[in-house]
Design a protein around this ligand. Sequence first.
Ligand code: DX5
Ligand code: ZN
Length: 216
Amino acid sequence: MPPVRVLPSLLSCDFADLRGELKRCADAGCGLVHVDVMDAHFVPNLTLGPVIIEAMRRATPLHLDVHLMMTDPMRYAADFRKAGADAITIHVEAVGQRRMETAIRDLRTLGCKVGLAFNPDTDPRLWFRWFSQVDLVMFMTVYPGFGGQAFIPEVRDFIRATRERFPDLDIQVDGGIARDTAPTVVNDGANRLVMGSAWFKDPDQAGLTRWCESLT
Ligand code: DX5
Ligand code: ZN
């Protein structure tokens, strides 16, 4: 399994001090940050668009992992890439099987990393045939839309089934990841941990990051 990495989810940061928060992520030893884009349609919340990604890009060299919680992600993917996204993850529920081949091809053309995200009730096994064409898969361990929700343990079966079949794939988890749930999901096979509320409220962000990245 690839090494464990922590991705602070900026949804929980102080947006009035975005530059400072990005610096804190870097100073704590994180090489990647997670950015949540919500369209108030695919999920019942509204966050940010390419203009903010562009501001982040000017403020930091960190890898920007952009999570598109959007009904029509492919309409905006090129704008997010142009703004500076290093990875773009789309939801399989939004794109559907019929449009998946074209979506992956178009994301590849943008030259960024490509990810597929799964809501807690979506069985990844029905989507395994696409996994060799992407850089990461991401399991939502909460219903997407808000930070600070409780981890849904039923998703663990999906993580295990995916790791068993794809030993080298980056498997990311997003939602309710903290000191209590991180060892569990790493044990199941997840190697990329998105952490929002737990990371930003921890007084020792570097220590938390090191501790998570030493889990096996
Ligand atoms: C939720 C977002 C997450 C969120 C996680 O829909 O996709 O990235 O920020 O927040 P926590 O870690 O607080 O559950
Ligand atoms: Zn997210």
